[in-house]
Design a protein around this ligand. Structure first.
Ligand code: OMP
Length: 238
């Protein structure tokens, strides 16, 4: 991380460790964080953390979205705490005891509770029995997770402002579902542009395919990072 790095976690969703390391090196000069998710970690294990860290000055966000009984999640969080991820995700829908178990098991890791996946729309929520509009479920889960010890929350940029109003300034708000204007949405539903996410009060934007699938991931990261820095300085000035 450098003084000029933007608050972006690039989702390094690659199959091969060499690709992951190359993407991390290309984006590291521009962003604060790289995110290792299930595809890479389940295939390569802890080795991939060292590979993306390499000589890069970036935080490594380990996105395993743990979701199980409290004792199992505590054990899993303990198992990866030694890798020193800057952030570790759990699903808030696992409940307060589960979130608390993760936070207590890995006190030096920022536990981020995922509220409602950004790929889900209202029809999906109804199918899984989460009643009410997405923002109501996000608000409920956010308050519960912070009360249970989560120091960060994952929600869509569309809910950041209302979550901030509920949990205050000290909780890190992380938003996937970020798409530059005109970019392919892919499987994301609840989206906004990087500038909108920053203006709404997000602390860290998770961005994957708009960067990693670009012809030049380093150039794409540089361009989105510049837009994010501009939005952040005009929001601070506002
Ligand atoms: O926890 C996450 O990072 C996450 C939560 C969520 O609600 N939605 C979501 O897309 N993500 C992750 O954010 C990344 C988004 O990638 P792109 O859609 O390629 O920008 C993926 O790695 C997802 O696993």
């Amino acid at each position: 991380m450098t003084a000029h790095s933007a608050p972006i976690a690039v989702a390094i969703d690659a199959r091969e460790i060499e690709t992951a390391a190359a993407w991390a090196t290309a984006v590291a000069p521009h962003v604060s964080t790289v995110k290792v998710g299930l595809e890479l970690y389940l295939r390569h294990g802890p080795e991939v953390i060292a590979a993306v860290r390499g000589a890069n000055r970036v935080g490594v966000f380990l996105d395993l979205k743990l979701h199980d009984i409290p004792a199992t999640v505590a054990g899993a969080a303990r198992s990866v705490a030694g890798l020193r991820p800057s952030i570790l995700t759990v699903h808030a829908t696992g409940g307060a005891d589960m979130v608390r178990a993760a936070a207590e098991a890995a006190p030096d890791t920022k536990i981020a509770a995922v509220t409602v996946l950004t790929s889900m729309d209202e029809k999906d929520l109804e199918q899984v029995g989460l009643l009410g509009p997405a923002r109501d479920a996000v608000r409920r889960l956010a308050v519960m997770a912070v009360g249970a010890g989560a120091r960060a929350l994952v929600c869509s940029p569309q809910e950041v402002a209302l979550v901030r109003a509920e949990v205050g300034p000290d909780v890190t708000l992380i938003t996937p579902g970020v798409r530059p204007a005109g970019a392919d949405l892919g499987d994301q539903s609840r989206v906004a542009t990087p500038e909108e996410a920053i203006e709404a009060g997000a602390d860290l934007l998770v961005i994957g395919r708009p960067i990693t699938r670009a012809p030049d991931p380093g150039a794409a990261a540089a361009s989105i990072a510049a837009a994010v820095r501009r939005a952040a300085s005009s929001s601070q000035g506002a």
